[in-house]
Design a protein around this ligand. Sequence first.
Ligand code: DUC
Ligand code: ZN
Ligand code: ZN
Length: 503
Amino acid sequence: MPNFDLLVRNGAVATAADTFAADVAVKDGRIVALGEDLGNGVHEIDAKGKLVLPGGVEGHCHIEQISSNGVMTADDFYSGTVSAVFGGTTTVIPFAAQQRGESIRQVVENYHACAGPKAVIDYGFHLIISDPTDQVIGQELPALIKDGYTSFKVYMTYDDLRLDDYQMLQVLSAARREGAMVMVHAENHDMIRWLSEKLLDGGHWQPQYHAVSHSRTGEGEAAHRAIALSSLMDQPILVVHVSSEAAMDEIRLAQDKGLKIFAETCPQYLFLTAKDLERDGMDGAMFCCSPPPRDANDQEAMWRGLANGTFAVFSSDHAPYRYDDSGKLNAGPQPTFKQIANGVPGIELRLPLLFSEGVGTGRIDLNRFVALTSTNVAKIYGLHPQKGTIAVGTDADIAIWDPDLEQTIEHAMLHDNVGYTPYNGIKIKGWPTIVLSRGKIVVQNSKLHAERGDGQFLPRSCPEAAKPLGRMVPEMDPAQNFNAELINPVSYTHLTLPTSDLV
Ligand code: DUC
Ligand code: ZN
Ligand code: ZN
């Protein structure tokens, strides 16, 4: 009589900490034992020669979301989650995006109505806050955080989304009071605006000028400012989609000073450059995302940051728009770079690209790969230990990788609804050939074995990463140095002013 529902035998299990030979036993959707000679499973998988990894946790993707210029993403919660799971990801955290004037509670309900009947893997929601009214800050956010939406994204650019510094402080203050992680899109809005106007006035409207208008200087400045706001409030942030060495250096400096500044980079900043935006005709539109891909020096900096721990997470920022009049060319066949929806697809290739070019070349080891793509994401967004690792008691979300499978990327092998891939023609080695979600085989032999709606909503706890340092932190001065003066709200207590008066 088998004692387990499923036994994965003979594989090399890797977590963020270790790689070891063990069988993995699953019962009722959870891992119940790791070891040798565990007994039998009703179903068994022979993973000899394979790697047994926790399923990826995708912490940054836009699914069934309308872009800031009004274009709907190509993927809905079905195609988006199917594409994710074929690439070894078993949990996604897309956004419930508030448009100005909307109640976030209502927005969250709308996204649930879309995701519930379609998602094939488990999901949570970050909130996008574009309108931090008193009602939102004082009532909606505290209630939503208690209901498991423990992270939100704020934008420092985009006309319809951006917050000013005062509003950023309001959001950080709410996150501090209630316990949530704030993700920051850090680009200087007025620099982008000024450069865009000058470029368009000069007749430079083609896609490649998108990259010129989103300067590294503006990304670095905004990252610095976001860190300053975070340190004033003593409230951690995660700087999303870092593309440039300029921004990375700001983050590293803050981390070296002991601030809780987390950061993310994405495949487009490792594999694409601004040159891709110069492709023939309008083809560069397929590569327009913000921040934009940079150059070889920035790519190397991103690899360095992945290896040395500056980046805690590696996400796709999957923001899929078709290269036709429903997406990138929605404003006409020759839109200016300002009219092109920002974003590239990448939810399925996120893990294989990093595995091949990162682990395969020795730039990062397998355990760091697991940390960046799964464990750290789960920890930072309040899903760990349920998700993000292989251990007794966790959900049996497992990706079994063939490390030797060689393929050349083409869109036909992918499962999204985008119609192109920016990574076309890249040769990769390694692919997750069997994927389990809560112990159930979801992908095997290149086939999907899941139904629409199999995915479950994941309410999330307050992440440890989002907790303030709770001690005095160094003030940032505008010359980019940290000095010894201590001014954050906690330190105001030396004036016998209660912290609660300030946050
Ligand atoms: N930039 C964003 O800020 N979000 C979606 C995609 C993009 O390119
Ligand atoms: Zn963004
Ligand atoms: Zn994004």
